[in-house]
Design a binder for this molecule. Structure first.
Ligand code: C2O
Ligand code: CU
Length: 453
């Protein structure tokens, strides 16, 4: 495998400010063909192009609107993963956009700077839509002095995904793998064998594991350390030095790597420790992901700040409810996803603890819409250092109880649910998902699918 293709940088959309002061983006889901592997044209799907989508960028407090158009031959949706917003804007399976149709969600950004992302969430077909190439980043952006911030130069988005390509370079899927489709071809921003030309001493990588099932443990070939600065929902309190970082599908992290002039270093995925059934789930695999080539002369960079953000740590004493969430086979708490069943009714603004566990021995992770949570403990022990920040998706250690604490938002709608689910997309599609509504005091669950009382 030669790393001889320049890393594509997804174009940024800052939106257009309309007469009402809204920042307006547009996304069109469409079919196309892209050179994922050198010399092959793969049939793909993309937003505003052949494959993947633009990076949307907005600031906290912005009123944003997205004009979503579906030019595919089947229904899709666009979910804003990690975003706090009203349920009817969430883009889950209850907001599908029909072929030829459009959808115009809008909301006010009410959360700190973070690397979020968007992807389809159609009922039972999320794996297919994401795997074909429908995914992009949504940056909630705020300048932090001392952090690299020039998009595509020293602040580099990196969507990492595995694919199975057949002999003619077309996307293939595996029928019955326990975790879904695992591919041997690793793409960064949509291409195999990419290199990035670094021109600065420090490079910030915004990592998204956009795979449908593969768990990645990021590290470098020379085992150098790097600074971990942000989790899914925003910056850590302080940079944390580490040599490797595991991200399961849907998780993000921001890291800063220090480079010496003229060197080449390979970003890799290393085996992920701590799981049995590792081999069939791809957990013992090792891959090269992307080469970083440092220029002979590098722009000097500031030292990283000692303090990155203030985190409002939630207190277990403030939780009004504790909900067990037990994942096994294709169900949560023994139930498979039912579009017409509301599983949980949650009071707006309340703090809750969810105790999440995976009981069947296969890898699962857990994602909750609308909230960023904190990890209180894992089987009673303090969370690993890489989990000490805002998270919306967490890899579950088998058989352990993960106590997550979260504060729900103020947007209420008894009729339109948000989702929680395993983000191994085959599992999600096959039923490992549940629905909750957020309601005002005294309100109960309403009626799904627009049948109002
Ligand atoms: Cu990224 Cu419900 O998903
Ligand atoms: Cu799962």
């Amino acid at each position: 495998m030669t790393f001889d293709r320049a890393l594509p940088i997804p174009p940024v959309q800052d939106g257009v400010i309309d007469e009402e002061g809204r920042r307006v983006f547009s996304l069109t889901a469409q079919e196309g063909a892209a050179e994922l592997r050198s010399g092959f044209q793969t049939q793909t799907w993309g937003f505003n192009g052949d494959h993947l989508g633009p990076t949307l960028r907005a600031q906290p407090g912005d009123h944003v609107r997205v004009n979503v158009t579906n030019r595919l031959g089947e229904a899709t949706s666009v979910h804003w993963h990690g975003m706090r917003l009203p349920a009817e804007m969430d883009g889950g399976p209850h907001q599908e956009v029909q072929p030829g149709g459009s959808w115009h969600p809008e909301w006010v950004i009410d959360q700190p700077a973070a690397t979020l992302w968007y992807h389809p969430h159609p009922h039972g077909a999320t794996e297919k839509h994401v795997y074909r190439g429908l995914a992009g980043l949504f940056l909630v952006d705020e300048a932090v002095p001392g952090l690299p911030s020039e998009y595509g130069v020293d602040d580099v988005p990196l969507i990492v995904q595995d694919k199975q390509l057949d002999g003619s370079g077309q996307l293939a899927t595996s029928g019955s793998a326990p975790v879904g489709t695992l591919g041997e071809t690793i793409l960064t921003n949509g291409v195999e064998g990419a290199f990035f030309d670094a021109t600065t001493e420090k490079v910030r990588l915004r990592l998204l594991n956009g795979s449908t099932a593969r768990i990645l443990t990021f590290a470098f070939d020379d085992e150098r350390e790097f600074a971990h600065i942000a989790t899914d929902g925003g910056l850590l309190e302080a940079p944390r030095v580490t040599g490797q970082l595991t991200l399961s599908p849907g998780e993000r992290a921001e890291v800063v790597v220090q480079l010496a002039p003229g060197e080449d270093v390979m970003l890799q995925s290393h085996p992920t420790p701590g799981f049995w059934l590792g081999a069939p789930s791809g957990l013992s695999d090792r891959f090269d992901i992307m080469q970083i080539r440092a220029a002979p002369e590098l722009q000097p960079a500031d030292d990283l700040p000692d303090e990155l953000a203030r985190i409002d740590w939630l207190r277990a004493d403030d939780a009004v409810t504790t909900r067990p969430m037990r994942l096994s086979n294709r169900s949560i708490n023994g139930k498979e996803m039912d579009m017409n069943r509301i599983d949980d009714v949650i009071l707006a603004g309340s703090t809750e603890i969810w105790t999440v566990s995976a009981a069947d021995g296969f890898p699962h992770n857990f994602h909750i819409h609308d909230v960023q949570f904190q990890v209180l403990d894992v089987d009673g022990a303090p969370p690993a250092p890489h989990l000490r920040g805002w998270k919306d998706t967490i890899l579950l250690e088998p058989q352990k109880e993960h106590r997550l604490i979260m504060r729900f938002g103020r947007h209420t709608n008894p009729d339109v649910p948000y989702m929680y689910h395993c983000h191994l997309l085959r599992h999600e599609d096959e039923g490992m998902m549940g629905q909750f509504v957020v309601v005002a005091p005294g309100q109960g669950a309403g009626h799904i699918d627009g049948h109002h009382h």
